[in-house]
Design a protein. Structure first.
Length: 418
């Protein structure tokens, strides 16, 4: 469910014509629907009502301050993976006590910043990190609340690049080794063992891998309890999938019901780290067609958005719906939608049946609200796109389009070249 709909053959975001925003701010442009963001956050968070829980939005998925602020106002917390994300979370007004810190390669500066800020919990991913966190906390005279991110060896049945809970993945500590490493952590003066965490992958379309994981974690928690370790938090990570094409992921309600059923007897606070499921279908990428090229084998629609704006098709071969901003009714053609970047991997869609577009006509790349702008870059010296939020019949720029000047910010020509 989202608020991108046609009225009289014209695509609207809530009550605003998409073409109107494009005319005023230019393209390429990320467009988010406030009502959709809110609805998705509430649907997810609300599905867990009745159990002690904290919804920690995964900040890497969409880290715009305005979007983070919207979730903060709904009582949301955050899952961060870097010092930079902590900075954003705090800037957006997020309570430090609702922030958890994941990631395999946390830097000392990141650990210090998070300790100073008083975040809720560190999800540590290796024995060396356990020792480092203890050392850093000791130097600062602090006690760090921590969980071990366990790798439960469960197959999330998703794309290999976004699967994280298999033995061969770099993430977490093997669940069979976790008890031993928890014992090490519990013996360290500056650590407080508080939780067990995991995150098995992204774009999951079945509930069973989550439940298999949860059962393994419950067993671990029981075992730790027997060794005298009190676990207060069970962090189940993120990963719930969305519909890009024809996937049929479970509704957050079903997902929550299955989880609640498993933990109803436990005295734990559940932490959830949703990302994609909240913002994915709340944003689109609007682009302008520059040229159409009929090559011998294929037809290419060359647009002004590219892999630097949205890398998911190039990186994971992922599917994004392509829709006209104005339905022309012209007979559809089979085409590749490609960007201007000098890479053959620069495509947004392949072999799609789309209406032919004249130069200057607009196209919407659907489901671009997650891992879209946040993964964008300046490759080919392309200023990053503008981000806009629509609320009702108004729209608000939430990130200005970058300028050429922004592109060279921080670069310097040394004296010997002058
Ligand atoms: C990326 C990530 C998430 C969010 O995953 P989604 O599939 O977008 O819900 C949650 N937790 C951790 C640790 C992550 O790395």
């Amino acid at each position: 469910m989202h608020h991108f709909n046609y009225i009289d053959k014209e695509l609207y975001c809530e009550q605003v014509p998409v073409s109107k925003v494009a005319r005023e701010v230019g393209t390429p442009l990320y467009l988010y629907s406030h009502a959709t963001l809110l609805r998705h956050f509430r649907a997810f968070d609300g599905a867990f009502s009745g159990v002690k829980h904290l919804t920690c939005f995964s900040i890497k998925v969409n880290s715009n301050l305005a979007i983070l602020r919207l979730f903060v106002r709904e009582g949301g917390g955050g899952d961060i993976v870097s010092g930079g994300e902590l900075y954003r979370a705090l800037k957006a007004g997020m309570e430090p006590g609702k922030i958890v810190y994941s990631g395999v390669g946390k830097r000392v500066e990141g650990l210090e910043y998070a300790l100073k800020s008083g975040i809720l919990m560190f999800n540590v991913e290796s024995i060396q990190e356990i020792l480092k966190l203890n050392e850093v906390a000791g130097k600062m005279g602090k006690k760090a609340r921590m969980a071990i991110r366990v790798n439960p060896d469960v197959d999330p049945k998703t794309h290999p690049y976004i699967s994280t809970g298999l033995k061969e993945n770099k993430f977490g500590i093997d669940i069979s080794e976790a008890p031993e490493q928890y014992t090490v952590a519990a013996g360290l003066k500056n650590l407080k063992v508080s939780g067990v965490s995991c995150h098995i992958g992204s774009q999951l379309t079945e509930i069973s891998p989550f439940i298999d994981t949860l059962r393994k974690l419950k067993k671990l928690i029981r075992r730790l309890g027997q060794s005298g370790m009190q676990i207060d938090y069970l962090d189940l990570g993120g990963g719930l999938g969305i519909t890009y094409d024809r996937e049929e992921p479970p509704h957050p309600k079903e997902y929550a019901r299955a989880i609640k059923e498993e933990i109803k007897m436990e005295d734990l606070t559940l932490i959830l780290e949703p990302g994609r499921v909240i913002t994915g279908n709340a944003g689109i990428l609007v682009t302008k067609v520059l040229y159409t090229k009929h090559a011998t084998e294929k037809t290419f629609l060359i647009v002004d958005a590219a892999m630097n704006d949205l890398i998911r098709p190039s990186l994971y071969n992922s599917y994004h719906g392509i829709q006209p901003v104005k339905i022309s009714g012209r007979e559809k053609i089979k085409a590749d939608i490609v960007g201007p970047i000098c890479e053959s991997a620069d495509f947004l869609a392949k072999e799609r049946y789309v209406e032919p577009h004249e130069p200057g006509e607009l196209m919407a790349i659907m489901s671009a609200g997650a891992y879209g702008f946040s993964m964008s870059s300046n490759y080919n010296s392309r200023p990053r796109a503008c981000e806009v939020m629509v609320k009702g019949d108004r729209f608000y720029i939430i990130r200005k389009r970058e300028t050429f000047k922004d592109l060279v910010k921080g670069e310097m020509i040394p004296d010997f070249l002058s």
